[in-house]
Ligand binder design. Structure first.
Ligand code: BGC
Length: 752
């Protein structure tokens, strides 16, 4: 079946122009309404296309068959300005007599996830659809939603992203009820832009056990986002299956999900009775590895349960394998972190009562995301939302879409709002397409202009002391272990973080302007001034993140001295990282770009808290929000006040260092999208061997190195052309396979 983005969009908006928004004539409370219309069609159908969307999430069915595999359609956008509709090819499903059904859930639009956004949240639940049939003889017919439709109460008695779903298969509503036509603004309607959210991996239960608390628990072996499909035989009407979800077990091996906070994440299925029954939720998802069986008719059988992963339909493009199984596990955790949090938008986490598209998290992770998966369409849609969400004063919200529009200060936070420059630029580098820069260039400019006007000191981004508190102006080096008061904010001063990002965003604006042929001379001057002001104000880095920002963003005249000082600091910190959301993505680069690759590997391979492999050692199957989410004694950390997600991808951004430095595959800014490739691997004997592959539109790039005694064997597959740099010696190569041999102790060559 064709997907809407393959169907073309011409005339689609026109179709929905005739259709009416319809809602139940009376409120159905928590119950999901099912709208339906019966119609007949003549023979000789040439094509039939269904256009549909909703203020909520919907599922359409034609003659009892689900239309499309898009789960949670129409996805999340800035609803007030942009609401996607889908176009489905249903040519082969039309019969002489037909019933078209559309069931409506609350979803992002009207669920608890959006309750702080009253103007949208209070919009009534409604659907709009048009089915256009074209016959071989050239005639056309259009079936639209209007007052002639009817609705019934569906078997979905309750459904919400946070609070789960209750489904009563024994419920039948025999009383057709009327609908009302609503005058909801149609101007936000836009054709589908993103990728569909679909079902992916299906995992069987790996272990079924009874805990010390006498609870029956299923372990699927992998933390993930999705739902459980249950298959049952010989049921009786009214039999109940009720489940609870959790990500980890507590230190006593008991089921634990306090970190879901107020998200009830219910799962309740009431059987129809007799025969064979299969159920999976319709309008919700859960973040889980463990499932507690709260109710089950008779003896529970683990074979009845399948965990189904749900995420945006992206093709995996990147892969990393090496001789250290702990690193391979870390890579798998990063991949699962992305899978679990890329559900139509980049979320922070999939389990607790949050699941929000935080701009900072997306900014931090987007490069890794684009190595791992083809996220071009995914981020293109998201960037359009970010642009649509920009405040009038140019500030970019901390979350988008779904920014709270009421009672919210129109301010932007460093590292979060900068998503408007970093994400489009990263997508341009990784995919080489200018349209993403074109779509965001004005917004980038307005963001930089906003910063220029939001400071106490010209050419820096500074704010008064009282705004530096937790939840003040900036989030700072969020979740850095060097936090002075045990809170969420690291020790790095907000003014340092904000001014460094001011420089970074301005530099991206200039580069984007150059690609698009715009005059950016004004910003070139601004950039020079920011850099001088920064160097003058912050000459003396103290925290690890201070150093990292100065080195990575090129904000120091004393690269050698700052590098030495960072090295000393890391060693004084016990060869441990002390960075949060701001410093962590660049920490290893700041080292390896400046002749300290071995120390970068020391951090990467460390198992001491805080480190990536500490999590692996403590059984992580995804990436945690806090470095110490599980403490060394095995207890779940309680210091995080409910902010203890075990599936937060931000710190997984380390994977792009493995792709682009350890394996050395990186895009060439002058020929982006890997039209020309730069390969500069930096091996380390401790790994034995490393192989990274990356599927690009030109073909698959492969970079492999392997140690044999004192010799390193390099192998590269080059689909186009590449500059291969080994120990500072560059070679230009064309497409094909390249084999090289090098000395086992490569010299550091690129200290600037
Ligand atoms: C989220 C983060 C987010 C942060 C901003 C948290 O609640 O989970 O990932 O970026 O808030 O401070």
């Amino acid at each position: 079946m064709l997907k809407s983005n393959q169907l073309g969009t011409k005339g689609a908006k026109q179709m929905l122009r005739n259709a009416k928004w319809i809602a139940p004539e009376r409120d159905t409370g928590e119950v999901c309404p099912l709208f339906y219309k019966e119609f007949s069609a003549k023979n000789n159908i040439k094509s039939a296309v269904l256009h549909v969307t909703a203020t909520g999430v919907y599922e359409a069915e034609l003659n009892g068959k689900r239309v499309s595999d898009f789960i949670l359609a129409p996805g999340l956008t800035v609803y007030k300005k942009r609401l996607q509709y889908q176009a489905y090819d249903v040519t082969n499903d039309i019969k002489a007599d037909n019933t078209l059904c559309i069931t409506l859930g609350k979803g992002w639009y009207r669920g608890r996830i959006n309750e702080k956004n009253p103007p949208v949240f209070n919009t009534p639940g409604a659907v709009i659809a048009s089915l256009k049939i074209e016959f071989e003889d050239g005639e056309t017919e259009e079936l639209i939603t209007d007052g002639s439709w009817r609705f019934k109460e569906s078997k979905i008695r309750f459904s919400d992203f946070f609070d789960g779903e209750i489904y009563d298969a024994s419920f039948v509503d025999n009383e057709p009820k009327g609908v009302i036509e609503l005058n909801i603004d149609k101007s936000p309607l836009i054709p589908q832009e993103g990728t569909y959210v679909t079902e992916h991996e299906r995992l069987k239960c790996q272990r079924f056990f009874v805990t010390n608390n006498a609870e029956q628990v299923l372990d699927f072996g992998q933390n993930m986002a999705g739902y459980i499909e249950v298959s049952l035989k010989n049921t009786k009407p009214g039999d109940v299956i009720s489940l609870s979800f959790g990500e980890v077990l507590d230190n006593d091996g008991n089921f634990y999900n306090k970190n879901y906070r107020t998200a009830r994440s219910q799962y309740k299925y009431i059987c129809r009775g007799g025969g064979y029954e299969v159920y999976k939720p319709h309008f919700t998802f859960y973040g889980f590895r463990y499932v507690r069986i709260d109710e089950f008719p008779g003896k529970a059988d683990p074979c009845c349960f399948t965990a189904v992963a749900l995420y945006s339909d992206m093709e995996q493009t990147g892969n990393i394998r090496c001789g250290d199984e702990r690193l391979n596990k870390l890579f798998s955790n990063v991949i699962w972190g992305q899978r679990s949090n890329f559900i139509d938008v980049p979320m922070d986490c999939p389990q607790r009562d949050e699941r929000q598209p935080w701009t900072g998290d997306a900014q931090i992770f987007c490069k890794t995301a684009a190595y791992n998966y083809d996220v071009k369409a995914f981020f293109k849609k998201w960037i359009n939302d970010l642009v649509a969400d920009q405040f009038k004063n140019g500030a970019i919200p901390d979350k988008s879409p779904n920014s709270y529009t009421i009672g919210r200060l129109e301010t932007g936070s460093a590292g979060w709002g900068d998503a408007i420059t970093v994400v489009p630029w990263t997508m341009y580098l990784m995919y080489g397409e200018k349209d993403i820069l074109e779509a965001s260039f004005d917004a980038m400019k307005r963001w930089v202009d906003y910063i220029t006007g939001d400071t106490m000191d010209q050419y820096l981004w500074t704010c008064p002391q009282e705004q530096k508190r937790l939840w003040g102006h900036h989030y700072g080096d969020w979740l850095a272990p060097d936090t002075p008061d045990g809170g969420f904010k690291g020790a790095t001063d907000d003014d340092v973080v904000a001014s460094a990002f001011y420089a970074y965003s301005t530099s991206i604006l200039i580069k984007s302007g150059n690609v698009l042929g715009k005059d950016v001379s004004e910003y070139e001057e601004l950039y020079r001034n920011i850099v001088s002001a920064y160097k003058a104000r912050f000459p003396d880095p103290k925290t690890q993140t201070d150093h990292v920002l100065a080195l990575y963003f090129n904000l120091t005249n004393d690269r050698k001295g700052v590098t030495e000082s960072l090295k000393d600091k890391i060693i004084a910190d016990g060869t441990r990282l002390q960075t949060g959301f701001i410093g962590t993505p660049y920490l290893l680069y700041a080292l390896s770009d400046n002749g300290q690759t071995e120390l970068a590997y020391d951090l990467l391979l460390s198992e001491r808290l805080p480190s990536w492999l500490y999590e692996v050692k403590h059984g992580a199957t995804t990436v945690w929000e806090h470095w110490d989410a599980i403490m060394p004694d095995g207890r779940i950390s309680t210091s995080s006040n409910g902010m203890d997600s075990f599936n937060h991808y931000a710190f997984g951004s380390v994977a792009n260092w493995i792709y682009s430095v350890a394996a050395g595959i990186r895009p060439d800014e002058s020929k982006p999208g890997f039209e020309h490739i730069i390969i500069e691997p930096k091996p380390d004997k401790r790994l034995g061997h490393l192989e990274a592959t990356l599927k690009t539109k030109y073909g698959i790039i492969r970079s492999k190195w392997e140690y044999t005694d004192n010799v390193i064997q390099y192998e590269f597959d080059i689909p186009t052309s590449a500059t291969i740099i080994i120990n500072g010696t560059a070679r230009e190569v064309g497409s094909g396979q390249v084999l090289l041999t090098g000395a086992a102790e490569p010299q550091e060559h690129n200290a600037k």
